[in-house]
Ligand binder design. Structure first.
Ligand code: URP
Ligand code: ZN
Ligand code: ZN
Length: 467
């Protein structure tokens, strides 16, 4: 099967240029100047021609941080791999990297097997896994080596959530030492969970039970402190470190310092920290529960620093941390006690559009938009150049993106299996119109036309950004 995409502006992380793109089977076969002899001959031989006039043609977006069907706070995140990857596809994301979880007392292997069972045969997009290590011991440290060989070359540890996912500094150091030997990247949830738990108990004792106290008890200084500590531990161990869901300027300052010193420290932020704020957490009644995630939404002044960090590559990636819980019955578990609200927000469908608003607002360039949503995640997590690039030989994961299409986010029209939108009523410019995964169209004319379960597991290599 030969597909030709004509008339579009190809945007790679290196910049935009006009080109027609030929796809053969699952791969990109070539790029040619529009109207050139080569392009005209391709048109004659094509089985299908997609007209991208007036649109950008970008590499399929990669969401390096999702939680489908994740157990949390006595319930499960609402999207399955089937519904979540379909929603991702609608938004132009053609690869997700989800977090498999090691339960306390169990092996990494059994956690990973659970995640394979959930994902296999159900995904619309390609998928890969990171591994959450919640029980650092001799066996799990040994298993890390085996997982790296299987393409799971990144491990998330938590400085938050004592009694659930939390690891002590000593345990973190040991996991980092192992990563320094086997080439893996350590991903860190950097919040001082021990101090936060004290603040939470004190707030509840004072009768402060509304969702806004979720934010008040997780101050940004405790994210900065944990980020600093993680960086120091990684330096002692000599391992690469990737700070997940960075929300605050205090944490960013630590990342900037480490990067300036030449340390292999990277960080991602998420759209919710760029577009939402603690004012949303403080909405009337229990509405704020829709915005409970950790780290919490900050005061909006942090957004200026985060956009600056994205511009200057102090922040390398934008991921969603998609972890949706329905307002009814799930978020409502925390009525009268904010600490019982399941942590997480929906977003896998909207990342490309939201970050494109950064281009519209003049915060980042077009090329940087592609870089932070596709190319750098591919390089960071061992998927490059198969993913994250439009060039001969790469997977034909391609998005036709109409920069002038305006639309409004709403739970009435989104495809995520959750009963609210964190961005309800927000009008945005730009939309993914046609989405291809390895040459197959997944979405066109607002319809999902993919084959359910066609998404493949991706065995990842090591971090390609180490210096
Ligand atoms: O609130 C969040 N972020 N929920 C998902 C779990 C995590 O820490 O990433
Ligand atoms: Zn986390
Ligand atoms: Zn997460």
């Amino acid at each position: 099967m030969k597909t030709l995409i004509t008339g579009g502006t190809v945007v790679n992380a290196s910049g935009p240029f006009d080109a027609d793109v030929l796809i053969k089977g699952e791969s990109i076969a070539g790029l040619a100047s529009p109207g050139s002899e080569t392009a005209l001959s391709w048109k004659d031989g094509a089985d299908r021609v997609l007209d991208a006039t007036g649109q950008y043609v970008i590499p399929g977006a990669i969401d390096a941080h999702t939680h489908m069907e994740m157990p949390f706070g006595g319930t499960f995140s609402a999207d399955t791999f089937e519904t979540g990857t379909r929603a991702a596809a609608f938004g132009g994301t053609t690869t997700i990297i989800d977090f498999a979880i090691q339960s306390k007392g169990k092996s990494l292997r059994s956690g990973l097997d659970d995640w394979f069972a959930k994902a296999e045969g159900n995904c619309a997009t390609d998928y890969a896994f990171h591994m959450i290590v919640s029980d650092v011991n001799k066996q799990s440290l040994d298993e890390m080596d085996l997982l790296v060989d299987e393409g799971i070359a990144s491990f998330k540890l938590f400085m938050a959530y004592p009694g659930v996912f939390y690891s002590t500094d000593g345990e973190i150091l040991q996991a980092m030492q192992r990563a320094s030997l086997n080439g893996a990247t350590i991903m860190m949830h950097a919040e001082n969970g021990i101090a936060i738990d004290v603040l939470v108990a004190q707030a509840l004792e004072r009768g402060e039970s509304d969702p806004r106290f979720h934010g008040a008890t997780r101050p940004s200084i405790l994210e900065g402190e944990a980020t600093h500590r993680a960086i120091q531990l990684a330096q002692v161990a000599g391992s690469p470190l990737y700070i997940v869901h960075l929300s605050a300027r205090e944490a960013l300052e630590q990342v900037v310092g480490a990067r300036d010193r030449g340390q292999n420290v990277f960080a991602e932020t998420c759209p919710q920290y760029l577009f939402l704020s603690e004012a949303d957490l403080a909405r009337e009644g229990f509405e704020g529960a829709k915005f409970v995630c950790s780290p919490p939404l900050r005061d909006s002044s942090h957004q200026i620093d985060l956009w600056r960090g994205l511009r200057t590559d102090d922040l390398s990636v934008v991921s969603t941390d998609h972890c949706p819980f329905c307002f009814k019955e799930q978020k409502e578990l925390g009525v009268g006690n904010f600490s019982k609200i399941p942590n997480g927000m929906p977003g896998v469908e909207h990342r490309l559009d939201l970050i494109f608003q950064g281009v519209e607002m003049g915060e980042i360039s077009l090329a940087r938009w592609v870089d932070v949503t596709s190319t750098t995640p591919a390089r960071m997590f061992g998927l490059f150049p198969r993913k994250g690039l439009i060039a001969p030989g790469c997977d034909a994961d391609l998005v036709l993106y109409d920069p002038n299409f305006t639309h409004t986010f709403s739970s009435a029209t989104h495809h995520m299996d959750v009963d609210y939108s964190a961005y309800e009523g927000m009008k945005v410019k730009g939309k993914a119109t046609t989405i291809l995964s390895r040459g197959q169209i997944l979405v066109e004319n607002d319809n999902y036309v993919g084959t359910p379960g066609a998404g493949k597991f991706l065995k990842r290599g090591l971090n390609g950004l180490l210096r």
